[in-house]
Design a protein around this ligand. Structure first.
Ligand code: G3P
Length: 218
């Protein structure tokens, strides 16, 4: 399973990269706004900085919601760096744009996916990644992880190459659940990635090893 970090924060991206387990980055307009990055020029500069920090795909989202606008923005985004993947919302013009991009060798991440039907359309249009939003489904009493599992099964059954990128991951347990249903990628906050490390028996075991070492070595 690949790990992406879901942030536009350079320090967090650097920390995850230095851990040695990072395969890519996803961003969205809210995450960019959280970092206070405004204006197309600054946004483009920021995407390039992210690409220079990590080896792996970096999803950059279009703001346009019409077909022509998405195509124009997507072409600008992929021209910034070879690792950019164009993130496109799962709406009718978005599916059309994904079809255009996939026919022209441009990789895409179909975002804001909340149903198997949406994921089917994204795969048929040739999306590289599809992003079901796990946490936001859980927020409205639906089962986000179950949707990830359904999409994985559908893609395997029909042999779609689209990778299932579990998004809106809120905590460590979500990551483990996505592993259990076979997600290709989980894009996570840094806290959830670091949470995978935590176990009290590791901490107490290490403390014991060091205490025993000290007894005979001073
Ligand atoms: O990858 C999508 C993600 O950023 C949304 O997460 O926590 O805002 O639902 P959240």
């Amino acid at each position: 399973m690949k790990f992406f970090i879901d942030t536009a924060n350079l320090a967090q991206i650097k920390e995850a990269h230095e851990l040695g387990v990072l395969d890519g980055v996803t961003t969205n307009p809210s995450l960019m706004a959280k970092e206070g990055i405004s204006g197309v020029e600054n946004q483009h500069k920021h995407y390039v900085e992210i690409c220079n920090l990590v080896q792996g795909d970096v999803s950059a989202e279009v703001i346009a919601t019409d077909y022509e606008g998405m195509i124009r923005e997507g072409k600008e985004l992929v021209a910034l760096h070879p690792n950019i993947v164009v993130k496109v919302p799962c709406i009718a013009d978005g599916i059309r744009a994904i079809k255009y991009f996939s026919s022209n060798g441009i990789r895409t991440n179909c975002t804001l996916v909340f149903s198997t039907g949406q994921a089917l359309l994204a795969a048929k249009a040739g999306a590289t990644y599809v992003s079901p939003f796990v946490g936001r489904l859980d927020d409205v009493s639906e089962n986000g992880v179950a949707l990830v599992g359904e999409i994985v099964e559908m893609y395997r059954y029909y042999d779609y190459p689209t990778q299932v990128l579990a998004a809106s991951i809120r905590h460590t347990r979500h990551i483990i659940q996505c592993v259990e249903v076979g997600a290709d990628v989980a894009t996570c906050p840094l806290s959830a990635i670091k949470g995978l490390l935590k176990h009290p028996l590791t901490d107490s075991g290490l403390a014991q090893f060091l205490a025993d070492y000290k007894k005979v070595n001073g």
